[in-house]
Design a protein. Structure first.
Length: 525
């Protein structure tokens, strides 16, 4: 992982970095030939540089500096293993010559993605250099970087403290120090170093973005926010940096700031469906479903084959009581990504509530295949079996879920219904009691209890159960209907008021069913 900017590979004569080696690099003879080769490398004329190096090696086959320069040419041509071999050859020929150590260390750092052992090899090379020159500033700095990348925060600090005070105050070193303190949990100290870093007039965006992966990995949000806000206030924040700030704001629950920050990102770069999805997610968390749909509409226009966009659209439409729109979107999501378990679940849920439950069974079965350990999926499949009249399958599946804390209430509820329908009222009463024990705020379960008690001719108890259901869910259709039936059977004077109340509930239900059929038009964001 490229956490930090590494220094140029040409270190034979020059080290343009915040850290120069304390000792002078020896300049082997003949000087003019070496200078000429370096000039060719710096001009980018690598083929001619290689030719001149080969000729020079033929004349002086044990000249370490020539192999070091050849390693530089190899490295710039992305020839990793030959470069490694040439730098090591230079070291073996002249163990006191510091340039090849630095070049080899940089080579390893730049190739960590390709070579899993590169970081360890870089540490070994720089450590060998410190045995030759214990005060080598470049080696200490790069070892601090490598230690930070390996989460060795104490080791990182030890190498930073070996640098002169002037270098410790440089932006690059302050960035390393800030990240290591954050990684150690010394957040207040990291925040102070972050302010030092921001107050340095030589700081730039790259100095700060180098430490972000470490801070992000350790979730040191306060330091990240301080650094990113500081960059933004200086006008140094790129869209990518602002994007990171928006992500951290969201994680901290600062949704308004997260949304406005990502809006700025959207205004300053070519907008993508992924950014629109992030904005939609934040709007959804803010309970601004219309705003979320606006972002998603734009994302859908930009990326019509993105399953995630259609899935999210469907979820928002469910919350907005738009099952027709939800059904269309979720069908598209499943079509584009057949193995998206949650899209399958959501589609099955919408179908179960609005259409043929037999079709819902197919989607819940697929969910269970994709996530066999999820009890909610098996519960949903059991409900779909029940709704489609496959009672034996429903009972078999639901009975296996009655002891799971996630599904106990629902599984016992449907098993009670099955028992009541089959006339097994004693078993039904036991089941519904277990359902209410698992969830004492289960309105439908109280309604089912009332129906069982009605069948048992226990009308006062049934009345009490229906009233409890209505207390939890005032518009519960079956509870209001059956409470009216109880009042009619007992000639209770409250039946007239309950009849009026039931008409209100029935009207609301009809209006909601009509609302379900509406469609929406959202203008793209």
């Amino acid at each position: 992982m490229d956490l930090f900017r590494f220094l140029p590979l040409i270190t034979f004569l020059l080290l343009p970095s915040p850290c120069r080696p304390s000792g002078e690099v020896p300049t082997p003879a003949p000087d003019q030939v070496l200078i000429q080769i370096q000039q060719l490398i710096q001009q980018g004329n690598l083929p001619e540089a290689r030719t001149q190096i080969s000729k020079a090696i033929q004349r002086e086959p044990r000249q370490a500096s020539l192999y070091s320069l050849l390693g530089v040419v190899d490295a710039q041509e992305k020839r990793y293993h030959p470069a490694e071999a040439n730098f090591r050859k230079a070291i073996s020929l002249s163990p006191e010559f510091q340039g090849p150590y630095l070049n080899l260390g940089h080579l390893y750092q730049e190739n960590q993605a390709a070579d899993p052992t590169a970081a360890l090899k870089a540490i070994e090379v720089y450590s060998r250099l410190l045995k030759i020159d214990p005060d080598n500033q470049e080696a200490h700095y790069q070892l601090s970087v490598l230690s930070l990348g390996r989460s060795d925060y104490q080791g990182c600090l030890e190498h930073v403290h070996q640098l002169p005070q002037a270098l410790q105050a440089s932006p690059q070193v302050l960035a390393v120090l800030c990240a290591s303190l954050g990684g150690m949990g010394r957040v207040s100290e990291a925040e102070r170093v972050a302010q030092q870093l921001l107050s340095n007039n030589r700081v730039n965006e790259a100095d700060i973005t180098t430490v972000l992966p470490v801070l992000e990995r350790n979730r040191i949000d306060s330091v990240q926010i301080a650094l990113l806000e500081g960059l933004a206030s200086k006008g140094l924040a790129s869209p990518g940096t602002l994007h990171q700030l928006g992500i951290v704001y969201e994680r901290q629950g600062r949704l308004e700031q997260a949304r406005s920050t990502l809006e700025k990102v959207a205004a300053n770069q070519t907008i993508s469906s992924s950014l629109l999805l992030e904005l939609a997610r934040i709007a959804y968390k803010q309970k601004d479903n219309q705003g979320a749909l606006g972002y998603l509409a734009h994302a859908r226009d930009l990326d019509p084959k993105n399953s995630a966009v259609h899935f999210f659209w469907g979820i928002v439409c469910i919350e907005e009581d738009l099952p027709v729109e939800a059904l269309k979107a979720l069908r598209e999501a499943v079509s584009l990504s057949p193995d998206n378990a949650y899209a399958r679940y959501a589609l099955g849920d919408v179908i179960l509530k609005t259409r043929d439950p037999g079709e819902a069974v197919v989607h819940f079965q697929r969910f269970c295949e994709l996530r066999p350990g999820d009890p909610q999926g098996r519960y949903a499949l059991g409900v779909a079996y029940y709704a489609s009249g496959q009672y034996d399958r429903a009972r078999l599946l639901l009975e296996a879920l009655v002891n799971d804390s996630i599904t106990a209430a629902g599984a016992n509820f449907y098993l009670a219904r099955l028992d009541r329908q089959e006339g097994n009222l004693d078993s039904a009463l036991k089941r519904i009691t277990l359902a209410l024990k698992a969830n004492d705020q289960y309105a439908d379960a109280y309604s089912e209890l009332g129906q069982i008690q009605m069948r048992r001719r226990e009308l006062p108890l049934a009345e009490n159960a229906f009233q409890k259901s209505i207390q939890i869910d005032p518009d519960n259709y079956l509870a209001n209907l059956n409470l009216l039936v109880v009042y009619q059977r007992t000639q209770d004077p409250k039946q007239e008021a309950q009849a009026q109340r039931f008409e209100e509930v029935k009207k609301k239900r009809t209006e909601k069913e009509q609302l379900y059929l509406r469609k929406i038009e959202i203008r793209p964001y």
